[in-house]
Design a protein around this ligand. Sequence first.
Ligand code: PLP
Length: 396
Amino acid sequence: MYLNKHFSEVAESYLFSDIAHKVSAYQAAHPEADVIRLGIGDVTLPLAKPVIAALHKAVDEMGDQATFRGYGPEQGYDFLREAIQKYYAGRGIDLKLEEIFVSDGAKSDLGNLLDLFDVSNTVLVPDPVYPVYVDDNVMAGRTVKYMAATAENHFLPMPDADTDADIVYLCSPNNPTGAAYTTAQLEQWVAWAKAHHAVILYDAAYECFVTEPGCARSIFEVEGAKEVAVEVCSFSKIAGFTGTRCGYTIVPAGIEQGGMSLNKMWLRRQTTKFNGVPYIVQRGAEAVFTDEGMKEIQANLDYYRKNAAVIAAALDEAGVWYCGGKNSPYVWLRCPAGMKSWDFFDWLLENAHVVGTPGSGFGPCGEGYFRLTAFGDADRTKEAARRLKDALAKLK
Ligand code: PLP
């Protein structure tokens, strides 16, 4: 047998284990320190009550022969696909049911979609970047190119005359920078993709955080995007499904080449390699879109948004540059006093007992930047912001 040699080309991911080691070493040396973690992008609020009720009901159905369900449709039950269709229709986006595929989360689909593309394709990703896009492609042996996301382009790289790739990943609102494309900016990306016969893999995992007018929640807000874009989304951030696992991908019927349809290929891929998301989980996800579900979920999102505002206010007071935090649970700040990302990590842990994520862990353009998340407890976030502000004041 011959192993996939490309696995040896995947960079080791030390970011979160390095953070964990540093924090435990610090705690061992300073057992009295009350460390607040604003590093990892996991949610903390529990599932909404309507979701829990739907899960319980579905569990009971599974215990009764009359309502028991075995294998379901690989692409998801119609009740959930219809609810997703309605969610998009509410924003003026018309989707066919066959274009909606339910999955066990965005991460799996972001990797699995690559089954549909030849290994010779060149892939373009932003730098800094959610590392999954890069690793999925390196594992498959594809060439990955980077486009710089910097303060100058507001961490939202745009195509220019030199931009050349077959597959482009766009993530908006972005992890890690929190920056969000406007619909007008996405129009330029769609026009570029059409002109270059490229495909856009659009990660909308954080769309629920968008509040500012003009910012896009879906690439399908752009006319013609259905000819060039696939959208991957998730219940993880909108409804706290990080541990429950459910997401969905929109593969438009209009993307075709040489008589092959991307939508039909994806259906074929899923029916071959995937046996669907548990019925119970899909019922829970369906409840997200009910009036009661949405009400509670919006309150949860507001809770996280307030955390982001608290962090942002502390940075404003300290005169530290940042972006994100408005349409995103992530605040991306420029490390003060010209510190490098890891130096600021150590400094913040030492001086405020607050943990964040060094921007350099997401790519070279992240050097000198730092990510804080709004997914924590409100009181702890307030305390962290107070400490952050006090510590930054001493730097001046
Ligand atoms: N896409 C982005 C940009 C993310 O930050 C994450 C998780 O943090 C995911 C996808 C993964 O989402 P899921 O939990 O649906 O797999």
